[in-house]
Design a protein around this ligand. Sequence first.
Ligand SMILES: NC(=O)c1ccc[n+]([C@@H]2O[C@H](COP(=O)([O-])OP(=O)(O)OC[C@H]3O[C@@H](n4cnc5c(N)ncnc54)[C@H](O)[C@@H]3O)[C@@H](O)[C@H]2O)c1
Length: 259
Amino acid sequence: MIDESKYRRFDENFSLAGKTAIVTGASNGIGEAIAQMFIRKGANLAGFDMNPSPVLADYAKEHGVSYLEIIGDITVTDDIKRTVSSVIEKFGKIDILVNCAGIGILETLEEYTEKVWDKTLAVNLTGGTRMALAVGETMKQNGGGSIVNIASQAGIVALERHLAYGTAKAGVIQMTKQLTLEWAQYGIRVNAISPAVIMTDMGRMNWENEKGEAFKKLIPARRFGYPEEVAAACVFLASDASQLINGANLVLDGGFTIS
Ligand SMILES: NC(=O)c1ccc[n+]([C@@H]2O[C@H](COP(=O)([O-])OP(=O)(O)OC[C@H]3O[C@@H](n4cnc5c(N)ncnc54)[C@H](O)[C@@H]3O)[C@@H](O)[C@H]2O)c1
């Protein structure tokens, strides 16, 4: 017999109305696009970032949802604890977490520095894992939730100069599966999104050059991506429409990693 009790009817336009979301790295690039699309979909939003957002407070106001700005560093455990307690205090629950805060410093093996390795792992993997663990505990008490981890195509295939970044993102994909295994029974869904090069400050810094033009020729779709395309995938994974998707890694790479 199929257990129908766990299935929820869902909005076909992927509404997030009435849900509370935390987006880390919300003050720039992909995180900002995710935060804005979540706001347009009706979610109340907590933006977590080291820097203040120039746009989100006004944007939330215009769209009639609540917004909480939290300035913090994802590598600092006290900042994570403060985030969870202030979001619960303001909104009473957390339905969605998007782990988007990240850094992308590329080095050849010859250029390898301990500093870049340690920082890359601390921000991209350890910070996101600790945020997920802290938020997940509240989701457990609340009957479930959706966590989306922004990984990368560099966590699936090896790319030159990506030792630290690729290793961290591969870790994010595995972390996603580990949390799913233990938390799916509580209604907590954990999924990853692995984008290719996306045109943000980080994407432009690393790929707006000859290497980037050569790279595009290897992508079946022959182009890089835009932050809104990642946001759209994120809305789907955050919404109840994806409620049977657990531990997946949704790849947005124009086909780059198929071969
Ligand atoms: N842009 C790309 O080509 C691309 C491709 C695949 C995956 N990604 C991933 O997407 C995510 C967002 O990338 P982006 O291109 O928007 O980058 P970005 O540099 O434009 O924005 C990153 C945001 O994270 C914040 N941040 C950085 N370190 C932080 C810390 N320690 N604590 C709190 N906030 C911190 C920054 O202040 C910034 O607002 C990252 O995880 C990145 O690895 C990016």
